[in-house]
Design a protein around this ligand. Sequence first.
Ligand code: UD1
Ligand code: CA
Length: 454
Amino acid sequence: MNIVILAAGMGKRMRSAQPKVLHPLAGQPLLSYVIDTVRTLSPTRLVVVVGHGADKVRKTVGAPDVQFAVQDKQLGTGHAVQQAVPLLDLSVPTLVLYGDVPLTRASTLKRLLDAAGAERYGMLTVTVDDPTGYGRIVRNAAGSVTKIVEQKDATPDELKIAEINTGIIATPTRQLEAWLASLKNDNAQGQFYLTDVVERAIESGVEVVTAQPDAEWETLGVNSKVQLAALEHVHQRNVAYALLEAGVTLADPARIDVRGTLSCGADVSIDVNCVFEGKVTIGDNVSIGANCVIRDAEIGAGTRIDAYTHIEGATAGANVVLGPYARLRPGAQLGDEAHVGNFVEVKNAVLGHGSKANHLTYIGDSDIGARVNVGAGTITCNYDGANKHRTMIGDDVFIGSDTQLVAPVRVGNGVTIAAGTTVWKDVGDNELVLNEKTQVSRNDYVRPVKKKKA
Ligand code: UD1
Ligand code: CA
């Protein structure tokens, strides 16, 4: 089967310089949803019709299995399909979809394809509460489709029809080519409408059939930011309910955003306002506090992530305690039972089994062993202004508060670093390291007092 996706329109009503089909839904361009869904149908030809912002659209969704047809002037949906016809196999049916209708399920498309078979003209229609803006399906007394009329061309009676055109059709291809060539643009918008093809099909004696989706939201299109926001809401609700069905506890399914893939083990609980991006994998018995942002991460079983924690490109082992207000940046790897507390930033660093950095610390470009205690205010000075260097710390090290480790530097096993030490030379196993400083007390000091204003 051939597939054609229309994506040449500018989307005037979006009021944006960005081509409409590239606006993101849950972090992914609208058009990518349509392409991902139709791929599951294994089409033999997959053609995307581009026009407005063509280069950007090509760059964003280009792939070996996708061909592009260019529609230089956006003269209507019928004209758009016509541009794709030379790339189609005329001997097999064609499924046409719109790039601004992202959430149609493959099962619905299969139902339409089955209804149309090789010889019928199939249209996906749906009956909605508010048909405003959509093309209406006009049927005769016998219930057969006679035509589709666009909102702007409809009579007051036709506007009352609640069965609408989703835009998705399945059609024999050789006949489609001829029908498209005979389209006229004598309508309110002066465009060549794909929706007029159904009348040609009827005239040619081809049977017209309709199929319906399981859910209305599958057919919602995006023409404005209002509709995009509404669809985002629908999509997030679907994702949240799928998580609930899979046994995840959500404090409020209306307050979670997943922009990518989130996979959760058993007995995971997620508090309100968490955002998940990219690929996030969460083990059994993990609990996540409110307002966390987690992107491309792997979290081990039994780990607790407290509120306001940010994680990106990082992994945490089992039974780790993170946050509140912790930040794991790319390359952070926390061993089992590690603790990373408030205002601690970890970047490109390994924190070994059971090691703890509980307060106000920066650990960057470091390898820290097991059972290390990193005192409050410890900083790895990894950057010399030109290059980054590594800090290597062994097992069972005690780092006193307010320590600076000037990289490159190596600290052995069992070392104790006194509070307030600047470590700039390597330290051997089991040593105590400190900077000699003197504490001075004086009793001849007079505190200044604030002068009275004249
Ligand atoms: C279209 C249908 C309408 C249907 C609705 C469903 C027509 C004439 N109308 O209306 O019956 O109810 O979709 O969402 O088909 N496009 C091009 N080239 C063009 C014009 C459009 O590629 O010259 C593409 C757009 O990028 C978009 C799709 O076709 O992805 C639909 O175009 P749009 O202008 O949004 O049509 P609607 O007014 O929504
Ligand atoms: Ca549309």
